[in-house]
Design a protein around this ligand. Structure first.
Ligand code: SAM
Ligand code: SF4
Length: 456
């Protein structure tokens, strides 16, 4: 396959160049168009990425907030990463797990240890885990990933496991599918070939095309729930954001379903990183603009934010279009059981525990959701997108968010969060317009109060 046709660098550079001559009127027209929630063209996204004036940026943020509210309401899905291994044969210059980092405490969790970690995450109140690992064929191969997924489902009340792992063959993706993962997530890191080569000098990951085509192999294996992203800071974010949109559109055209999520990881300091500084710094304002552009360009794609970002910025990004956040995260294998700074992938910026994050989220007026119903009711891929685009998804999401949040409040919340959360549930019930759905939701809330769980 000629992958330069998927990501055509000359085309991206050309539209970014001509977008520099934008006029204020043009920007306002694009912003207005975006509010119809049908997305915008690559050329229009390029224009928005070039915007520098505060006045226009504010208008973009306003539009992003509008779209976020229209499509997702005030729900925020919450999850935690679980690192199964930090062994890695690659040498990505920016990552603490790179093979050349001889000082890292290497560890691959046994199945027992994976279960213990998952239970520790569950005891914080989570129902959704993102499994993360290095790439080492001997230590953390597909069998280890599949065993970990199966062990968690069999032994814990974790209801959805997403996986962020290195590219695989179709055969291995089929094993992942059979283990019933939720989303398969992989970041291209940068779509700029020359930079990619510099950042990934060794190992399997040095093959740009093998990585770029991973999602197609996953799809062929039956995984229709896919997550993409770039590592912001490696190259010009304008190029990489546009390339992400182009990749998303390519998958959408080819399979009739685009990625379910886009992540926005920003480069963080890592133990013994080979990068002494961020090659292309992305400011907080740039990150806000990136979230707004994604929200306007692909309104139905979830945006995932991790604890790489600090509390205050996370609060702002939630408003602009983020739909999923991690909370209470550890980035070393075994980190929920014991702290080991010499084993982490990168430094996190939000050290709050889950209850503290949720308390802040509620204060901001967002409804935390631990819902995993779509995936278990087989509303994924094309089926999910059809419902989402018809706005029917609210009929499922709002009650399920309320019910799973209620479980959290009863089983894990502090007194203060429970009180604030119960008030929020009362307000959220009012938003369910369909009388039957409302009555059923109230009945289910009563059943949960009496001890039943996992009603959807
Ligand atoms: N090893 C697999 C791979 O590289 O695809 C999967 C897991 S890797 C641990 C997950 C992601 O962490 C990478 O795709 C990269 O974007 C991100 N990452 C690595 N180093 C980072 C750093 N210093 N700061 C922020 N994110 C980082
Ligand atoms: Fe290994 Fe992934 Fe880190 Fe690269 S980003 S060194 S592949 S764990």
């Amino acid at each position: 396959m000629d992958t330069t046709k998927i990501i055509n660098e000359n085309y991206i550079e050309e539209i970014l160049k001509s977008a520099k001559n934008y006029t204020k009127e043009e920007v306002i027209d694009i912003i207005e168009k975006s509010k119809d929630c049908f997305g915008i063209t690559f050329e229009e996204a390029a224009v928005l990425l070039q915007v520098k004036e505060d006045e226009l940026l504010d208008k973009m943020f306003e539009a992003a907030r509008f779209i976020k509210n229209k499509i997702y309401g005030n729900r925020i899905v919450v999850f935690a990463p679980l690192y199964t291994s930090n062994e890695c044969t690659n040498n990505c210059l920016y990552c603490g797990f790179r093979a050349a980092n001889k000082e890292l405490h290497r560890r691959t969790l046994s199945v027992e240890e994976v279960i213990n970690e998952a239970r520790a995450i569950q005891n914080q109140g989570h129902k959704r885990i993102l499994l993360v690992c290095g790439e080492d064929e001997k230590k953390t191969n597909i069998n280890h990933i599949v065993q970990s997924v199966e062990a968690i489902y069999d032994n814990c009340d974790i209801r959805r496991i997403n996986v962020n792992a290195a590219p695989m063959t179709v055969e291995d993706f089929k094993k992942l599918k059979a283990a019933q993962i939720g989303t398969y997530q992989i970041f291209q890191e940068t779509y700029h070939r020359e930079t990619y080569k510099k950042m990934h000098p060794l190992g399997l990951k040095s093959d740009y095309d093998w990585r770029l085509t991973a999602l197609e192999r996953a799809f062929e294996a039956g995984i229709d729930d896919l997550g993409i992203g770039v590592l912001l800071g490696l190259y010009d974010y304008k190029f990489d954001v546009l390339a992400t949109l182009i990749h998303s559109d390519y998958l959408d055209n080819k399979y009739n379903v685009g990625p379910h999520t886009i992540s926005i990881p920003r480069l963080r300091p890592a133990h013994n990183s080979a990068l002494k500084e961020v090659p292309y710094p992305v400011s907080d304002m740039d990150l806000k603009k990136i979230v707004a552009v994604y929200r306007m360009a692909v309104p139905y794609t979830g945006i995932i934010l991790s604890t790489r970002e600090n509390k205050d910025l996370r609060d702002e990004l939630l408003e602009l279009g983020v739909s999923q956040i991690s909370a209470g995260s550890k980035t070393n294998p075994g980190g929920y059981e014991e702290e080991d700074c010499e084993a982490t992938q990168f430094e996190t910026s939000d050290e709050r525990d889950v209850d503290q994050v949720l308390s802040a989220v509620i204060k901001q007026g967002h409804l935390p959701s631990f819902c995993t119903a779509c995936y278990r009711a087989k509303r994924t891929g094309e089926a999910f997108m059809e419902l989402a685009k018809d706005a029917h998804i609210h009929e499922f999401c709002q009650p399920n968010a309320i019910l799973t949040f209620k479980e959290y409040l009863l089983d894990y919340a502090s007194k203060e969060t429970r009180e604030a959360g119960e008030k929020m549930i009362e307000r959220e019930l009012e938003k369910i317009l369909d009388g039957k759905v409302k009555v059923e939701t109230i009945k289910r809330l009563e059943r949960i109060e009496k001890g039943e769980r996992d009603l959807y």
